[in-house]
Design a protein around this ligand. Structure first.
Ligand SMILES: [Zn+2]
Ligand SMILES: [Zn+2]
Length: 355
């Protein structure tokens, strides 16, 4: 739960000196109390001559994303915050907190920027507000100088969304606040696919659409993929740089085999890829270039390692996944001739066939 209590803010304001008028504090609450998620933006005024709107809790707001839940009815196919609100904490607030608009202020919330697919709406009318950068939503102030509005955050695509907002005073009594960024993350619905870097370069950060990891450049993968990196044939297992394939190399009866898998580690036909290798004994500079063949049944590609090469055997495998990225390189080393795996049932005939 994210909550920056008013009491702490008030203490801070009091200790900040006489220039702080408690009545100038404006508490804006973006909250989802029902689910225990709350983001509170506090707006105050600094000590300067003219005064400047100040937003507190910015760092925390950016560090943690509020959840957006799959919506229904008019929000079918969208995500929305659960009972969110941006509202003034009034003087007669249940907790006895004091918050008033500075007399004469005309406070508004300006959209500086917002991620594609993120929107805001009034929950009573569902009227879209803050639809464009630069647009300001003006708070209607009552006779006591207070206001009470709520604000829905919605998203039309899965993933993480951020919006940067800024408080402004149309009356010009206070200069605008620094921009404050708030973050929302959609929670997975039953049919929601989100994408992650297979290398988890940014932790569990997800993307709504496939693309490239901004850190390592790898193709983003379905977040449900890459859960299984265990070799299936007792060999050496690799993830391909495209993030969409895996392969496993084994040495069995003097034959080097390459098994191919998809991003979910499901076996795929070995026919779809081009493969060649360079084979040598460690310490020797005599390198044998060889081509691999598709084995009957298309379950793997294979090449016989010439027995005179000896061990330890080094295999540099070049695979073209036909994804436009050219050949990718995978290195294997085998200490000795492995025995056939005991659980090799289901494997096709070991004899390779040139095609
Ligand atoms: Zn990455
Ligand atoms: Zn993987």
């Amino acid at each position: 739960m994210i909550f920056w209590g008013f009491e702490r803010a008030a203490r801070k304001l009091r200790s900040a000196g006489p220039g702080w008028a408690l009545g100038a504090l404006l508490c804006l609450v973006l909250a989802s109390a029902a689910r225990g998620h709350e983001i509170v933006l506090r707006v105050g005024r600094d000590n300067a001559e003219r005064g400047r709107l100040v937003v507190a809790g910015v760092g925390q707001a950016r560090a943690v994303c509020a959840p957006l839940y799959p919506g229904d009815d008019e929000f079918l196919g969208k995500w929305m915050h659960d009972q969110p609100q941006i509202g003034l904490v009034r003087e007669d607030d249940f907790f006895g907190r004091v918050c008033r608009v500075l007399p004469g202020s005309l406070i508004g919330l300006r959209r500086v920027s917002a991620g594609a697919g993120l929107g805001f709406a009034e929950p009573s009318t569902f009227r879209p507000i803050l639809t464009r950068d630069g647009e300001i939503y003006w708070f209607i102030v009552d006779e006591r100088g207070g206001f009470d509005i709520t604000l829905l955050a919605t998203a039309d695509r899965a993933g993480e969304h951020a919006a940067t907002l800024q408080f402004v005073d149309l009356a010009g009594l206070q200069s605008e606040s620094a921009p404050v960024t708030v973050c929302f993350r959609t929670t997975a619905g039953p049919d929601v696919v989100v994408y992650v870097c297979p290398m988890r370069c940014e932790g569990e950060k997800t993307y709504a659409a496939a693309g490239r990891c901004p850190v390592c450049g790898m193709g983003l993968a379905d977040s449900r993929a890459h859960m299984d990196h265990e070799p299936k044939h007792g060999g050496t297992f690799f993830m391909a740089p495209d993030g969409r394939h895996h392969l496993e190399g084994t040495l069995e009866r003097g034959e080097f085999r390459v098994f191919f898998y998809d991003e979910f580690t499901r076996p795929v036909s070995a026919r779809g890829f081009g493969a060649r290798a360079e084979i040598w004994r460690v310490g020797s500079d005599v390198i044998r270039p060889v081509g691999l063949w598709v084995a009957p049944g298309d379950a793997f590609q294979i090449v016989a390692a010439p027995s005179e090469i000896g061990f330890p055997l080094r295999v540099k495998l070049f695979v073209d996944f036909h994804d436009g990225a050219g050949e990718q390189v995978f290195d294997f080393e085998f200490e000795g001739p492995a025995l056939p795996a005991a659980t090799n049932q289901g494997s096709p005939d070991t004899k390779a066939r040139r095609h």
